[in-house]
Design a protein around this ligand. Structure first.
Ligand SMILES: [Fe+2]
Ligand SMILES: [Fe+2]
Length: 355
């Protein structure tokens, strides 16, 4: 006799409960500022010390990007590894090197690097002072799709390791399969030939209309081929603020130099103020109004901004249209911080220091 199991719960109710719980759980992950002191560095199997600003392995889960810090003692050299996600590096102290698919890049404080998906890489420090860098990766996003893969090859020489996943250059013809092979091959070709390094010495900061000056560190505008993560640096004039806005999370702001506070709130007024200082990570992880202020009346503040704009946020904008995902507050609030940027005397651009 056939048996039949019934849960007596409809598809509609299962989904409704699951969706409500997902957001409820996610709200518990809200962060505003992660102080540098809250990031504990631990010896790792890679040969470097690693700490987590935000990310699952530091019990501060994220959905799209994570932020980690790595330290390399003098003489340190990590294992070589590769993974299905890409990462951006921002150096804050020391002079070291990173080998990407066998190509050695020497770096110093303020330099940035791109570690492309599936590229073998390792880092080391031949100098006499500790080197320190931050990494921002797309692993959480890969993880949401079950596509996170990591392979550690210990001390192997890169020549002995397999290259990046092979791909078919493309079949001729106009059928959908031929078109797909060619389209994907073209994409891979360009993804595998992007820029890898920006030196601090080459940065050129440009004034914006609102009390800051900015430059790209890693972005497609300057030849990088990343997963959509982009990294820029902005400097806020003494006592000035960036203009208020809101957009979907996640965006990280690493404080390179200076101290100030950030406004965050569900409305443009009446929210909370969160103080920050050098070495902290300002976390914009929900759709909140926010604005960053430099509280020092004499010195500028420098902040590195990382977000996943070109892929995920563009997709969200397309899928949510006509909902507006990037908003500015009413004019009387937006223009409060207006001031002539030409009146700010910018200091010479010195390489960052830590601590
Ligand atoms: Fe890595
Ligand atoms: Fe923002």
């Amino acid at each position: 006799m056939p048996t039949r199991t019934t849960t007596a719960v409809t598809h509609y109710h299962v989904q409704k409960t699951r969706r409500a719980k997902f957001i409820e759980d996610w709200r518990a992950n809200h962060r505003d500022v992660v102080p540098a002191d809250d990031v504990v560095l631990q010896d790792s199997a890679r040969g470097s010390q690693i700490g987590v600003y935000v990310g699952a392995d530091g019990d501060r889960p994220t959905r799209t990007m994570d932020a980690l810090v790595h330290e390399f003692a003098p003489g340190a050299r990590t294992t070589v590894h590769r993974h299905s996600w890409d990462a951006m590096v921002f150096v804050v102290a020391g002079w070291g090197w990173t080998e990407i698919d066998g190509e050695r890049i020497d770096w110093g404080p303020g330099d940035s690097l791109h570690l492309p998906a599936w590229a073998w890489h390792r880092s080391g420090n031949d100098g006499s002072e500790t080197a320190r860098y931050l990494t921002f990766s797309s692993e959480p996003l890969m993880d949401t799709m079950g596509m996170s893969v990591l392979e550690d090859a210990g001390d192997a020489a890169v020549e002995s390791l397999p290259g990046r996943p092979a791909y078919t250059p493309g079949f001729p013809g106009d059928d959908p399969y031929a078109r797909r092979t060619r389209r994907i091959a073209r994409e891979q070709e360009s993804r595998r030939s992007g820029r890898l390094h920006t030196s601090w010495d080459d940065l050129e900061m440009l004034n914006t209309p609102r009390g800051t000056r900015t430059t790209f560190l890693l972005d497609r505008a300057i030849g990088y081929q990343a997963s959509g993560i982009t990294m820029a640096m902005f400097e806020i004039g003494p006592g000035r603020g960036q203009s208020m806005h809101r957009h979907p999370g996640e965006a990280w702001l690493y404080v390179v130099e200076g101290s100030g506070h950030s406004y965050m709130g569900t409305e443009p007024e009446g929210g909370e103020e969160h103080p920050w200082k050098k070495g902290d990570l300002i976390v914009v992880d929900h759709f909140l109004w926010h604005q960053h202020f430099n509280d020092d009346p004499e010195k500028t503040a420098k902040v590195v901004r990382i977000h996943m704009f070109d892929s995920l946020l563009e997709t969200m904008r397309a899928l949510a249209d006509p909902l507006v995902l990037f908003e500015e507050p009413p004019e009387h609030i937006r223009d409060k911080q207006a001031g002539d940027p030409q009146s700010i005397t910018w200091p010479t651009l010195e390489r960052p220091t830590w601590p």
